[in-house]
Ligand binder design. Structure first.
Ligand SMILES: Nc1ncnc2c1ncn2[C@@H]1O[C@H](COP(=O)(O)OP(=O)(O)OP(=O)(O)O)[C@@H](O)[C@H]1O
Length: 316
C-alpha cells in the first residue's frame, strides 16, 4: 500500500501537466468536455483530432490564456485557475499563426521578443538561439522573405528565447515540407532529451508516431490515449490489405457489406477495415480467390484508428 502511495506522489511530481475534467463552453456549445491530461517531464505528447475538436482551446487553457469553465489541475506545478501569470512565464507557446514583423530581420525579430520578455543579456541569448536553430547565416534576412520551413524555425527560436520548461506547439509544421518537418522534429527530440516537455498538436500521422504518447480528441471529448502501439491495440480494428491492378472496382462492393466499416484506396492496394475479425474474414473469404488479387491481414495504422474514432463520434 505504501508503495502505491509513494508511486502516486512521484508521478504527481514528474507531471508537468496534470489536469482533470477540463471544460470549456462558448455560449451553448461545450467545446472541451471533461478532458483529463497528464504529461510527464521530458515527454513529447501529441495532441490529435479533427478540426474544431478543442485542441487549441485546451492548449490555451493550459497556458492561462483562457479560463476553464470547469475542471482543475496544475501546469508546471502552478494551479491553472489561479496562477496563470506564473505559468505564462515558464511556457513557450507557438500559435498556429505565429506573428513576425516581416520588415525586420530574423535577429531583429528575436531581439524584439527578448525585449518583450524583459530578458537580460539579449545579444547573447539571440546569438545562441540563432546558432542552435541553424539561423546564424540568415540573421540579417528579412522575416517576410523566409520560406515556410525557415519561418517555423524562427517561430520556434522565439518560443525558446526565455528558456521555458514547457513547449505548447499548435500545429507547428502545417504546410511545411517533409525535410523541414523532419528537422523540426529532430530538434524537438533533442530539446526533450534535455528535459523540456512538449505538447504538440498535429494532423500528421508520421508526427504522431514520433511522440512518446498521444491524446486523441473528437468533438471536445478524449477518445484515446497512450503510446501509438497502445492506441492501435485498444482500437479493436481488423484490417485486410488487398493488392491487385484492378482493385478499385472491388472497393465499392466491399464497402456495401455491413461487416466493413471503411475501405480506403492507396494506389493499387485497398485497406479494408472492420471491428469484428470473424465477420470481416467471412467477407474476405468471398472475394479472396478473385484472380489477380492478393489478400493479407495487416496491423491497423493510426489513420485507420483515428478515422474510425472520428466516424464513431460524428453527428452525436
Ligand atoms: N473564442 C471562441 N468563441 C466561440 N467559439 C470558439 C472560440 N474559439 C474556438 N471556438 C470553437 O470551439 C471549437 C474548438 O475549436 P479549437 O480551435 O479548439 O479546435 P482545434 O481542435 O484546435 O481545431 P483545428 O484542428 O482546426 O485547429 C470550434 O468549433 C471553434 O469554432
Amino acid at each position: 500500500m505504501s508503495t502505491t502511495r509513494r508511486d502516486d506522489a512521484m508521478s504527481t511530481t514528474r507531471a508537468v501537466i496534470a489536469v482533470e475534467d477540463l471544460v470549456k463552453r462558448f455560449g451553448e456549445r461545450t467545446v472541451v468536455d471533461h478532458v483529463n491530461l497528464t504529461v510527464d517531464r521530458g515527454k513529447i505528447c501529441g495532441f490529435l483530432g479533427p478540426n474544431g475538436s478543442g485542441k487549441t482551446t485546451t492548449i490555451r487553457m493550459l497556458c492561462g490564456l483562457l479560463t476553464p469553465d470547469g475542471g482543475r489541475g496544475t501546469c508546471l506545478g502552478h494551479d491553472i485557475l489561479r496562477e496563470s501569470d506564473a505559468i505564462k512565464r515558464r511556457v513557450g507557446y507557438m500559435t498556429q499563426r505565429f506573428g513576425f514583423y516581416e520588415d525586420l530581420t530574423i535577429a531583429e525579430n528575436l531581439d524584439f521578443v527578448a525585449r518583450l520578455y524583459g530578458l537580460s543579456q539579449r545579444r547573447r541569448r539571440v546569438d545562441e538561439s540563432l546558432e542552435s536553430l541553424g539561423l546564424t547565416s540568415r540573421r540579417a534576412q528579412l522575416a517576410g522573405s523566409l520560406s515556410g520551413g525557415w519561418k517555423q524555425r524562427l517561430a520556434l527560436a522565439a518560443c525558446l528565447l526565455h528558456e521555458p520548461d514547457l513547449l505548447l506547439l499548435d500545429e507547428p509544421t502545417a504546410g511545411v515540407d517533409p525535410k523541414a518537418r523532419r528537422e523540426f522534429w529532430d530538434h524537438i527530440h533533442a530539446l526533450a532529451g534535455r528535459g523540456l516537455t512538449v505538447l504538440v498538436s498535429t494532423h500528421y500521422m508520421d508526427e504522431a508516431e514520433r511522440c512518446h504518447e498521444i491524446y486523441y480528441l473528437a468533438y471536445g471529448r478524449l477518445k484515446a490515449h497512450g503510446t501509438v502501439e497502445q492506441v492501435i491495440a485498444s482500437s479493436g480494428l481488423s484490417v485486410w490489405q488487398v493488392r491487385g491492378a484492378n482493385v478499385a472496382g472491388l472497393g465499392e462492393q466491399l464497402s456495401s457489406d455491413p461487416a466493413v466499416i471503411s475501405v480506403t484506396s492507396f494506389g493499387t492496394t485497398l485497406h479494408v477495415v472492420g471491428t469484428d475479425p470473424r465477420a470481416l474474414e467471412r467477407v474476405v473469404g468471398r472475394y479472396r480467390h478473385l484472380p489477380g488479387t492478393t489478400w493479407t491481414a495487416v496491423e491497423p495504422g493510426l489513420e485507420d484508428v483515428f478515422i474510425h474514432l472520428m466516424e464513431g463520434e460524428s453527428g452525436q
